[in-house]
Write a protein that binds this ligand. Structure first.
Ligand code: B16
Ligand code: MG
Length: 219
């Protein structure tokens, strides 16, 4: 049987992944570094400072800045990002997510969040989804970002759920790896996530009854 379902936030519940991209792009361009959507795939689920390192590497600039300069750059990115977040409303919940949550709740299962974002609380509030989650594992509760399994294991623990009886839903390669290393069942959103146990193209294709059935076959 299933203990819990644990959601990634950015890219699964809402498309803040796009806002992260725009904010990083703005910062990168100020430094003459070009990043595109394909490169952005590598930033999904990766912490703010680790994302900055990847961008600097991309532009061969990783040796050019001190730690405090990097911290200033990361805060600047976050300011750009928070500007975008002001526009976020419950209408920005991705298609299929509300029905999925209702199905899980109707079965009496726990729902958790596994987001390494320090803005996760602000995002959930803007979407009016705070009351949906029985436990939120966020940046304040972990020390390693995805693909480390820590965030998903922290969420399982907070929900008193056994990992191999729990489902994780992710849109990022690093996130799917984190779910699998945690020993959970991985639902991937996005056709490139080949390591997922169950794959859909987009959130609107997430069907709770089908996921449950696939999970039973995996057990
Ligand atoms: P912040 P998730 C992650 O959230 C994002 O996917 C990633 O792009 C971002 O850099 C990271 O959060 C940190 O976010 O700068 O807001 O602390 O996918 O784990 O929900
Ligand atoms: Mg994500």
């Amino acid at each position: 049987s299933i203990d819990a379902v644990i959601f990634d936030l950015d890219g699964v519940i809402t498309d803040t992944a796009h806002y992260h991209f725009l904010a990083w792009k703005q910062l990168a361009e100020e430094m003459g570094i070009h990043i595109d959507k394909e490169f952005n795939e590598r930033l999904k689920g990766v912490s703010r400072m680790d994302s900055l390192e990847l961008i600097l590497q991309e532009g061969n600039r990783q040796e050019d800045f001190t730690l405090s300069e990097k911290e200033a750059m990361a805060s600047k990115k976050n300011e750009h990002y928070c500007e975008f977040l002001k526009k976020l409303t419950p209408k920005d919940i991705l298609p299929g997510i509300r029905d999925l949550i209702s199905g899980i709740k109707a079965d009496g299962l726990s729902i958790g969040l596994a987001s390494v974002s320090m803005n996760a609380g602000t995002v959930l509030k803007a979407l009016d989804l705070e009351s949906v989650f029985d436990f939120c594992a966020d940046a304040s509760k972990i020390s390693k970002s995805k693909p480390d399994p820590e965030i998903f294991l922290t969420a399982c623990k907070g929900l008193a759920a056994i990992p191999n009886r729990s489902i994780g839903i992710e849109d990022a390669e690093a996130g799917v790896s984190a779910i699998k290393t945690a020993g959970m069942y991985a639902v991937g959103v996005g056709s490139t996530l080949k390591k997922a146990d169950y794959l859909v193209n987009a959130t609107e294709d997430l069907n709770w009854n089908e996921i449950k059935e696939a999970f039973q076959n995996w057990c």
